[in-house]
Each structure stands twice: as structure tokens, then as C-alpha cells.
Design a protein around this ligand. Sequence first.
Ligand SMILES: O=C(O)CCC(=O)C(=O)O
Length: 325
Amino acid sequence: MSAGRLNVIGGHLNTRGCNLVPEKTSASKYRYTLNWNGILTKDQQQFFEDNGYLVIKKLVPQYEIEMYKKRFEEICMKQVTIPRMTMMRDVSIAKSEFVAGEQAITKIQDYYMDPVMFSYLHSPRILQYVEAITGPDIMAVHSMLINKPPDTGKKTSRHPLHQDLHYFIFRPEDRIVASWTAMQKIDRTNGCLVVLPGTHKGPLKEHQYPKWEGGVNKMYHGIVDYDENAPRVHLVMDEGDTVFFHPLLIHGSGTNISQGYRKAISGHFASSECHYIPPEGTTHETLAKEVVGVAKKKFGDDVEVTFEDISSIRFQLVQGVRKNL
Ligand SMILES: O=C(O)CCC(=O)C(=O)O
């Protein structure tokens, strides 16, 4: 067999058919992508390197989206109960008894115990792109279905500009990636994602609750100080389109001024080789205190728990071998 006929995805074969050292260990010009599996075209790879995100059109088929929609309805209608999942309400209706079912739930978080929703995190369609960033050993570290409600006029449906790394206390950040799939047509009317291209090259910034008149949703921390004039891109997406983005990319989403609920399903993934860093003395310290405080409120003050414990309980191996995380 000649090396020319061998079909290998990523890496290079020598004449004996053995894998040579993958590109990563040679002096690679790429920092944010590994692309060992060769799924990214050179243009896509360069786009992610330069901008910190990449949209793949029509990645998730309609029948899968329908399946997630149906499951979300069942969860909201309490036809199924999923352990360890968090259901969140928009702050504008948080205390209202009159809103029920799907309309009452703004977001579900940590759906990994539900086999139907979990199939999103496990999907080869998603993981092939994730692997191009993380490498082959992949942990799903966070999951959400966001059901952005029509705004009540208080602008609480907005998601402030933030960096997802604020919520993650492991590194290296370049081996972490988010996927976010539009479950319908999403544009500026119903509150699409907005990204600040290239900001993944900057540092992790300080985050706090924004001082919004109408209130802010729980855990929707925003960057305290960012360049107001930095170019922004509004990601207009069709059903099934998926954006992959770096955890330092500054992003958020706008007000939903439509009459409908805007849905997206998302996951965060990291190489299982990532390692924890202690939150003390870092920008994560305040968040860690808030998260531990919430856990103590739920389970009792005498429960000894750390931010690391709370984070790792939801981590799931979705491909390869579990190493550090
Ligand atoms: O879907 C949205 O509106 C924004 C989601 C987001 O940026 C997040 O939850 O980190």
C-alpha cells in the first residue's frame, strides 16, 4: 500500500502506515485549534483562530431539534423529572404564580441526566467540531436549553456581555469550547447572540451583576468594563445552525421583542486533560462564594462543599478517556 492511497483524517502517515507526530507537537501556527481530525477547512480554522467563533450551517437536523423541543415541553409540564437539573425563571416572572409550563421556564441547566437531552452532548455531529478544539478526550462540563421569553418591557430577557470562562475554574482555556445551536430562526427580533470578534485573545475580565433597572437574572454576570466601540457581530442563525466559540470570547444576547419564546440548546466541552485552578485570589473568587452559598442554602450550612466539587459533579465523559477533570 502506498502512503499516497492512505486515507487519514488529521496527522500524517509515513510510508509504513504509522501515524507521524500530529501537527500540534510540531511548531504549529495555530493556537486555538488542533484540528487533529481534519474536520475544519483551512478557512474555517483560520476564522476561528482570528475571531474566536465559527458558525456551521444546518449542523443539527430538524428531527433532532423537534426531539429536544418535545422533551423540553415534557420537562416543563412535569411529565418527566430529571435529577440534578436546574430550572430557571426570568426575574420578571420569578415570583408570579400565574405563569406555568413552558412559559415559566427561561432556562434549564445541567440536563446531562436526561438521555434525550444528553444525546445533544454526545452527538458525533457536535463532537467532531469540539474535538478539533479540545482534542480527542472530551468532557461535557455544562449544558443548557435556553428559552428566552418575550420581554415584558423590563429588558430582563437580555443576557449581558460576558465570557464563559468566568464560570470555569480549569485551564487551559484554549482547550475549552461552547456549542450553541439555534432551535428556530434567530435574529435581532427574538434576541440573537452577539459576539465581539477577536476578544478571545484578551484576558478574563472582571464580572459583576449589571446594574439594570428592571433587574437581572440569577447568575447572569456581565463584564464590568469593555470597549463600547469594539465591533459587534449579531449572529443571525437558522434552525440547526451551530456556533462554536472560545470561552474568552465576549458575547451576550439581546432583548426578545418578538411574541414567541426563543430557543437554543447548548453545551460546553473541555479536554479531560484540563486541570483545576484554585479560585482564591482570582477573578473567580466572588462567583465561587455565590455558588457555594447557593449550595449551602439548598443542602444546609454544615455541608462542606467547594466550587470544584459543585463544578465536577456535572462533568460527563462524552468521548475518549477521562484524565484530570
Ligand atoms: O442564549 C442566550 O441568550 C445566551 C446564552 C449565553 O451566552 C450563556 O448562557 O452563556
